[in-house]
Design a protein around this ligand. Structure first.
Ligand code: DLL
Length: 395
């Protein structure tokens, strides 16, 4: 499977680390050994600097603006120089190549185009690789399915929840030529991966990123290894830290991802705290890339639910739910506080007994929840990031 930039993606680690050190020194005047002593940057600083307070170049040198999609809180504005866009396109081209795309591969992009980084980010990467791009953007789901059938895309790019929604509208699965999906922008689990793979007959791969650091393509899984997303470490220095103490954690331990941008011009960030929880490995991958791999995002520092004293992340609930074969892979969590205690209602679709699902949540997670089995199609489908948790506690 061809690697887009083998000279960088397969650099021996000592050379890669030397390159990172040089870039760190050059950009921030910080020695690699001194990095753990540097203060963190956080999202609220970007919000307070709204819109352009943190730009390191005059606005006229920026050729593009994006914003975080704001499923929580106010949007954050980010900007890119021409050089930033070129580096971003390279990162996304690497991700698509890692999914098996190349010159002439038809790539269907159903991430939203606009201020959200998903659509345009992946689009430029696909063009950079020489793919034939179908810029479908999000929305009009029946038409998405039709385009996939008619135009024969081999690679589908969208959120994993939207891939499932598109699958519902495919009229003739035999006409699909899609073989891999580059899915991200929202948390998902191995269970959801299997559900999407079954629904569309493809290999589902994870792509991760965030607007503040760049957008999609900070890291991406390869089809050969399919076991963790390769971080583009020549552009982004990654650390995992303890979410409370901020102390660096060793490989293999779950903590908060922190990124330092090594090449960005418009909005360089030193030690940006993402709020995303994952672990890292620097073990070699079967694909030959030497870049570290990050695990799936297992939760966020801010989305842990505490239901009657049980701490639980929505991703753990998803994993427990999708282990029940009779359940359709659509669900929503509603958190309420009728009196003093939080109550969780789990809405699921499928032909399943609510008591069985309740028992599964109790035995897998120790969680006591109400379970509502609702009619097929009644859990809201999203066209972008799925809203899995409806929090009515403040209402
Ligand atoms: O979601 C960028 C993106 C677009 C990534 C398309 C992948 C594909 P934001 O809107 O700024 O940027 O949201 C970033 O989304 O901090 C994570 O919490 C979450 N996220 C992104 N990718 C994944 C993933 C884009 N693969 C925030 N798994 C991040 C889990 C993800 N969570």
């Amino acid at each position: 499977m061809p690697i887009f930039q083998p000279e960088l993606e397969t650099l021996p680690r000592p050379e890669l680390e030397r390159l990172q050190g040089e870039r760190l020194r050059e950009r921030f005047g910080v020695e690699p050994e001194a990095l753990p002593e540097q203060p963190f940057r956080v999202k609220s600083e970007l919000r307070e600097a709204y819109p352009f307070g943190l730009l390191r170049v005059p606005l006229e040198e920026c050729v593009r603006i994006h914003a975080s999609s704001g499923t929580r809180g106010k949007a954050t504005i980010v900007a890119y120089t021409r050089g930033d866009l070129a580096a971003w396109a390279d990162c996304c081209a690497r991700a698509l190549a890692a999914a098996g795309a190349g010159r002439g591969t038809v790539v269907h992009v159903a991430y939203g185009y606009g201020l959200f980084t998903g659509g345009l980010g992946v689009h430029y990467g696909a063009e950079r690789l020489g793919c034939t791009v179908v810029p479908a953007s999000g929305g009009n789901t029946p038409r998405q399915a039709q385009l996939l059938e008619d135009l024969g895309a081999e690679i589908l790019c969208c959120t994993p929840s939207y891939a499932l929604a598109i699958a519902d509208h495919v009229s003739d699965p035999a006409r699909l030529r899609v073989r891999a999906g580059v899915f991200g922008a929202e948390p998902w689990t191995e269970g959801l991966r299997e559900a999407v793979e079954r629904a569309l007959g493809l290999t589902a791969l994870d792509i991760y990123g965030l607007s503040e650091v760049m957008g999609p393509g900070v890291s991406a899984e390869c089809i050969a290894g399919r076991d963790g997303a390769h971080v583009n470490e020549d552009h982004f220095l990654v650390e995992v830290v303890h979410p409370e103490s901020g102390e660096p954690l060793p490989d293999g331990e779950v903590g908060e991802l922190v990124f330092t941008t090594l090449t960005k011009e418009a909005l360089p960030l030193l030690r940006y705290r993402t709020g995303d929880l994952a672990s890292l490995t620097r073990e070699p991958c079967v694909c030959g890339r030497t870049l570290a791999r990050m695990s799936r995002i297992v939760g966020r520092t801010d989305d842990m639910l505490i239901i009657r004293g049980v701490n639980v992340f929505p991703s753990e609930i998803e994993r427990a739910l999708l282990a029940v074969p009779e359940l359709a892979p659509h669900y929503q969590l509603v958190v309420e506080r009728p009196g003093h205690l939080d109550e969780l209602t789990v809405q699921v679709e499928g032909t399943v007994d609510a008591a069985l699902v309740r028992e599964q949540l109790k035995s897998a997670l120790g969680l006591t929840a109400r379970v509502e089995v609702v009619a097929a199609g009644s859990v809201p489908r999203s066209e972008g990031k799925a809203l899995r948790v409806v929090d009515r506690r403040g209402a």
